[in-house]
Design a protein around this ligand. Structure first.
Ligand code: IMP
Ligand code: MG
Length: 178
């Protein structure tokens, strides 16, 4: 077990309060990176007492592997135009930083009024590109984790807490997905 339901809920409430202050009087667009960040997004947006809009992007993931291929591909782009919008990228975990670095540059080219990033989890030891999110829920050690939206081969996303899967659990998840 790495983070309990209660620890996650308390931190998400804090982040929601901070973001509501930052975006008071604005109508921010939260851009959720599918699929891992959906659980975080749904709790975070309900922790905000100001109106927000949401949109989704999908990038190529690690597939069945637990190591980054380093290749980022956009599989689904935004439905909304973001010019002059206050955009917040909502991510589940920053590992190498490649995904977020790429998305950040991709969205910045569309001239939003502001562009910020919030991540639930950050593994700063794993960074291969320089990137610091504006807000982070928790810094975690260099371990592969699942639960609360995070998966291994699509398993464990619905587990309400975050944990380090055993090698056997990873093996089982990757083999039933084949
Ligand atoms: P990055 O591009 O290396 O920063 O990887 C970010 C993406 O990799 C995240 O959005 C996740 O989808 C995935 N990822 C990285 N670490 C983990 C992990 O510990 N568990 C599950 N997915 C992870
Ligand atoms: Mg992700």
């Amino acid at each position: 077990m790495l983070l309990t339901q209660e620890e996650i809920a308390a931190r998400v409430q804090e982040l929601g309060a901070t973001l509501a202050e930052t975006y008071a009087g604005r109508l921010p667009l939260f851009v959720c990176v599918l699929k891992g960040a959906t659980v975080f997004l749904s709790d975070l947006m309900r922790a905000m007492r100001i109106p927000v809009e949401i949109d989704f992007m999908a990038t190529s993931s690690y597939g069945l592997s637990t190591d980054s291929s380093g290749v980022v591909r956009i599989l689904k782009d935004l439905d909304h135009a973001i010019i002059d919008r206050d955009v917040l990228i909502v991510e589940d975990v920053i590992d190498s930083g490649l995904t977020l670095h790429y998305l950040y540059e991709h969205l910045r080219a569309r001239h939003p009024a502001s562009l910020r990033m919030v991540t639930l989890l950050d593994k700063p030891d794993r960074r291969t590109v320089s990137l610091t999110p504006d807000w982070c829920g928790f810094h975690i050690p260099d371990r592969f984790v699942v639960g609360y939206g995070l998966d291994v081969a699509e398993h464990y996303r619905n587990v309400p807490f975050i944990f380090v899967p055993t090698p056997l659990a990873i093996h089982r998840a990757t083999h039933t997905a084949e």
